[in-house]
Design a protein. Structure first.
Length: 366
């Protein structure tokens, strides 16, 4: 059975309502009007007006006039209602038809089309929601393309290096020295980090990475992480720890919290040649804050909204000194959010950056 278009159904529904109203009006009028007319004649006779002999003729004439008037009323009513119903149905269906056409453009890969505004509040809100969804889908599609492009570049660089070294070794153009093998190991480790980070980010976004929240003390955790970096770091930049003496415990996953700190410190060291990196911790009401502040190259204001996007990097030349994957900050953001907190960044070019996040304060047990 073929489906009836919405426009036709709206039109039929309007006509049905009009038809029911006309039938009800005609039925009630047909039953009640002659009766009230007879009552009116009886009242006139009670006032000594002699119409007894002409009652039947008068009633018949009235009924004929009423029938004629009802026919014209029905014709005019149905015609007017039909025309108005058609216009209203067309007015309602037109934006929906446009949406259908736009979805076909989307299916063809054209994301620029948008639904125009409507003077009908409900359709205007629907169009606004549709346009917002279209913008988000366009952004997702662009992110997907950027992800494929960036991932291809990230994989191509170490693979090209490894292939070049292996070909040189095979042709005996490069000596099989310890330095050569060490370079190959570094590039394969870079590939391994990229694969591991992608896998972890994928699990985080899909909700497959469990978070084991418990009551933990941040002070020893921060000191342990910073000491690890301090042992491996030269004199510059210096790593300074500033922790509030009355820092309360937090409700968080110790492993994931340590991972957040490691990523933030690694990022700070990557872009700070001289000066110092300060790790601060304090609390405000039900939130325990941790900040990693550096005196590095900083981030431009226009780049700040993109800091936590995967593969984003302010260095457009793609020359990464430390061999990072560009996913660490995206992982930090997801890990903080999964633990009920938030993370933010503030920065000024050539003056350094501040990455700070908060975790929920642990509720004391009775």
């Amino acid at each position: 059975m073929a489906k009836v278009p919405l426009r036709t159904r709206l039109f039929i529904s309007h006509l049905t309502v009009v038809a029911v109203a006309i039938v009800a009006l005609a039925g009630v009028s047909r039953l009640s009007t002659p009766r009230y007319f007879v009552i009116t004649l009886e009242r006139l006779e009670g006032r000594s007006v002699r119409i007894q002999q002409m009652r039947g003729q008068i009633l018949e004439s009235f009924t004929d006039a009423w029938a004629r008037g009802m026919v014209w009323s029905v014709l005019l009513g149905v015609g007017s209602a039909g025309g108005i119903s058609y216009l209203l149905s067309r007015r309602i269906i037109r934006p929906l038809t446009r949406m259908e056409g736009i979805t076909q453009h989307f299916a063809a890969g054209d994301w620029a089309a948008r639904v125009p505004s409507s003077d009908i509040p409900e359709l205007h809100q629907l169009g606004h929601s549709f346009n917002r969804m279209a913008s988000e889908l366009e952004q997702v599609e662009q992110q997907r393309r950027d992800l494929v492009s960036d991932l291809s570049h990230e994989l191509r660089t170490p693979l090209t290096i490894v292939r070049g070294y292996l070909e040189a070794l095979a042709d005996e153009k490069l000596p099989a020295s310890a330095a050569t093998y060490e370079r190959l190991i570094r590039e394969t480790q870079r590939l391994q980090r990229l694969v591991d980070d992608l896998q972890e980010l994928s699990k985080l976004e899909a909700g497959y990475l469990p978070i084991q929240q418990q009551t933990i003390a941040l002070t020893p955790l921060i000191q342990r992480v910073t000491q690890h970096f301090h042992d491996q770091q030269a004199e510059d930049p210096q790593i300074v720890v500033d922790i509030s003496s009355d820092l309360p415990a937090v409700n968080a996953d110790p492993t994931r919290t340590e991972q957040i700190l490691v990523n933030l410190l690694s990022n700070a060291l990557q872009y700070t040649d001289t000066g110092q990196i300060t790790v601060k911790a304090w609390h405000q009401r039900h939130q325990v804050w941790v900040a990693v502040q550096d005196t590095g190259i900083g981030i431009a204001t226009t780049d700040l909204p993109h800091v936590f996007e995967r593969f984003w990097r302010a260095d457009r030349s793609r020359n990464r000194r430390s061999g990072g994957t560009g996913i660490g900050l995206a992982i930090c953001k997801r890990l903080v959010e999964l633990q009920g907190g938030e993370i933010s960044v503030s920065s000024q070019p050539d003056r350094g950056s501040i990455f700070e996040f908060w975790l929920p304060k642990a509720t004391p047990t009775r």
